[in-house]
Ligand binder design. Sequence first.
Ligand code: HOZ
Length: 436
Amino acid sequence: MAPSNNTSLNDVLFNRAKAVIPGGVNSPVRAFRAVGGTPRFVKRAQGAYFWDADGKQYIDYIGSWGPMILGHGHPAVLEAVQKAALDGFSFGAPTEREVELAEAIIAQVPSLEMVRLVSSGTEAGMSALRLARGATGRSKIIKFEGCYHGHADALLVKAGSGLATFGNPTSAGVPPEVVAQTLVLEYNNLEQLEEAFKLHGAELACLMIEPIAGNMNFVRASVPFMKRCRELCRQYGALLVFDEVMSGFRVALGSAQSIYAQLIPGFEPDMTVLGKVIGGGMPLAAFGGKRAVMEKLAPLGPVYQAGTLSGNPVATACGLATLREISKPGFYETLGARTQRLVAGLTQAAHAAGQPFCGDSEGGMFGFFLMDTLPQNYAKVMTTDGPKFNAFFHGMLDAGVYFAPALYEAGFVSAAHTDADIDATVAAARAHFARA
Ligand code: HOZ
């Protein structure tokens, strides 16, 4: 049935979707439940923009939650994908292209000697965890409140009542015994870190961390905190696992670990989980590390892991073409400057209206908070004024600017965003804050 003139096609589609897909979406945050209103159904995207079902144009600061670092429909990526698709969608057998992609990833991230390609960040994180446990022969793990490592059962966990106790599931369907080996600590809390290693260090398989957390908005692990994570893992024989699904190839060509390596002599994680940018928008992720650990994986070792679509030929073509473009000289300098310009512009717009606001960015990843100082952990992030954030989100959406529909998500700028896009975004923010 055709909608009447004043009915949005987004509403029509959302109602249809809700009848056949739980909540009308295939991933919860897309449902706009945190901010209210109707999700925009994307019809097509190009460069820094997408168009919704009504044909309205938006400046896109999500970029599929990170992968679209070149913007949508980059010609070189499109060409590579089209060419690969003509040769076949999936073989379930090795290809030269997956070797090339593994080599290209390893070439940029010195801590990686081997990688295994998989299809999603969740799969990569889950597999990395199994490998860490298999390689060390230990079961306990540390994670941090507010760091998201995909939706594997053992990682859907929040802090328990105290340090000596382990976490509680954050999802129904996760039996308490599955998270009984997961210790959840506060991000950037050195005291808790020391205490946890003192109590459990000898039984820890790994410490898993997002070095720049992108699922509690944008929060960096402090340098002293990261240094201590590295030292304690080494001292107790636990593996330091960097979850760089978001930050990998997004904040720097060498990923977030290259930034810590500049600040902490000799720094590197033992294992790394990657996703998003390395697939350029196709379902592709990876986990990797030192040869001695990676060779514990089947078929060489006792840790089982497999996948029909792993190393998919079209996805690897997309990832390779993306990596080729982002490896060009000056890419991150330009992207980083543009992202900083966005955060500075938004901050000035809010401050001009007397509103509290602060933000941070690295490469093409950013976060902003409607508060005076940058939060260091999840509890602080959650003190953000929710209704104020929602009003900002909707003010910007109405003006054709699409930020993440939840205050605990990071944002992303692509190489396709121009200074004019940033200026238009800042002007819309200024107008919103003047009204607020
Ligand atoms: N895991 C993403 C939020 N940090 C959401 C992914 C999606 O909805 O596409």
